[in-house]
Design a protein around this ligand. Structure first.
Ligand code: PLP
Length: 424
């Protein structure tokens, strides 16, 4: 592949999604943002929407706002996210954080599969997910089984299959691994869980908005995901959860899966203020408390942008961009001792690429502090380069990688201390 900047510009000119970059606030065009996989950029329409909610809806409509679209926002926005993940619009709802939603569904799954005591996960999972699963096991007398990756990048379907058995209540994995970007075979792993009589839960944080997902087609039972990465919902924006329709409500209105955190937003006829809990129909029973409207509102405008761009086209561009980035790594960085810590095969790679170096922490600091390149660091030696196909350009990837090469060749990183402090 060509490594000259003219080639990057050619690719940008041929990009059918190029116009979407203008939909974002780009405060400093010289800053190369490769961290949309942690916190997406701000869409201009979302900034306008937040102003509207604060000044018009809250400012002038006051509590009447609840009847004018606030109440239904978790379902309405969930329905839009459903289109991105191959689910029905009444199977997804926006609420709480990913961690809290995972807790709700993990406890519900352990309860629904009474008699079975194990949850299976793997050591590529996001630590917060592991903590949540450990906590769920602790209160429900369960046990967490951890399948192990051999290379730190991927886990084979066979390895997972060996960990799943007749005592497994739930298999819970992160579909795109947070560090390596490895993407599982959703259909095959879900099938293995089902064959053993277990429920399957996927964490979609690093997948939603970057690639098409087919939850219904793969017969996935449960899923959670965040909205602040590729969905560009804003810092701390609420997360979503998915429960397959037939698991939400049994024939007589009871549920095979019970939300363990009962609250009035998950209550049938909440304004009757009955003192006995009775779950609301459908997916709403997985809500607990009042929706965080100021954080919810901008998710909708951001998801609308993704729907306009088209998730298939976004995936096509993401694959082309990660391939391009890896070609530059091979030409420029591999000879300087930088490893590729992501899968080489695009079919099992998400939208970020991880590279490794013993001085990754210092290199990352040098990039942020004097090169205007923002990736992120993941211990012990990993730099994640996130590509958000809605706004990342090929020219940015070219320039970002060129600056990274300069940091290495000129040993710019050596003046930074090896001790870690900041978030990225
Ligand atoms: C894969 C994954 N799961 C879960 C979380 C935790 O999300 P939250 O802080 O919204 O609970 C994150 C956060 O980055 C994540 O990347």
């Amino acid at each position: 592949m060509r490594t000259d900047v003219d080639y990057a510009r050619e690719l940008d000119r041929a990009d059918p999604l190029a116009r979407f970059r203008d939909e974002f606030v780009i405060a400093d065009p010289d800053t190369i943002y490769l961290d949309g996989n942690s916190l997406g950029r701000l869409p201009k329409q979302s900034a306008a929407r937040v102003r509207e909610v604060v000044e018009q809806e809250w400012g002038t409509r006051l509590i009447r706002g609840w009847g004018e679209g606030w109440f239904t926002a978790p379902q309405r926005i969930g329905g839009k996210i459903a289109r991105l993940i191959g689910a029905r619009d009444d199977e997804v709802i926006v609420s709480d954080s990913t961690s809290v939603n995972l807790f709700k569904l993990a406890v519900a799954a352990l309860h629904a599969r009474r008699g079975r005591t194990e949850i299976v996960t793997d050591n590529l999972n996001f630590p917060s997910d592991v903590y949540v699963l450990q906590g769920a096991c602790k209160i429900a007398d369960g046990k967490l089984q951890m399948a192990r990756s051999e290379d730190g990048i991927s886990v084979s379907t066979d390895t997972l299959a060996r960990a799943i058995n007749a005592n497994t209540a739930l298999v819970s994995l992160t579909y795109t691994a947070f560090k390596s970007g490895y993407v599982y075979d959703m259909r095959a792993v879900t099938q293995i869980a089902h064959d053993a009589g277990a429920l399957m839960l996927w964490d979609l944080c690093h997948s939603v908005g970057a690639m098409p997902l087919a939850l219904n087609e793969c017969e996935v039972d449960l899923a959670v995901g965040c909205t602040y990465k590729y969905l560009n919902g804003g810092p701390g924006a609420p997360a979503f959860l998915y429960v397959r329709k037939d698991l939400q409500e049994g024939a007589n209105g009871d549920s095979p899966l019970q939300n363990p955190i009962w609250g009035w937003f998950g209550q049938k006829a909440q304004f009757d203020f009955d003192l006995n809990y009775a779950p609301a129909p459908g997916i709403a029973r997985f809500l607990t408390g009042t929706p965080t409207m100021l954080s919810l509102a901008p998710i909708e405008t951001s998801v609308d942008l993704i729907l306009q761009a088209g998730i298939e086209r976004l995936r096509a561009k993401s694959v082309q961009q990660t391939e391009y980035l890896i070609a530059l790594w091979e030409a420029w960085l591999a000879p300087l001792g930088v490893s590729l810590n992501s899968p080489r095969d695009a079919r099992c790679r998400g939208s970020h690429v991880s590279i490794g170096h013993p001085d990754a922490w210092r290199i990352n600091r040098a990039l942020i502090e004097e090169m205007q390149v923002i990736p992120d660091f993941r211990a012990p030696d990993n730099i994640r380069l996130g590509i958000a196909p809605l706004y990342t350009t090929f020219a940015e990837i070219h320039e970002g990688m060129a600056r990274l090469r300069r940091v290495l060749v000129e040993r710019v990183y050596e003046k930074y201390p090896a001790t870690r402090a900041e978030v990225t």
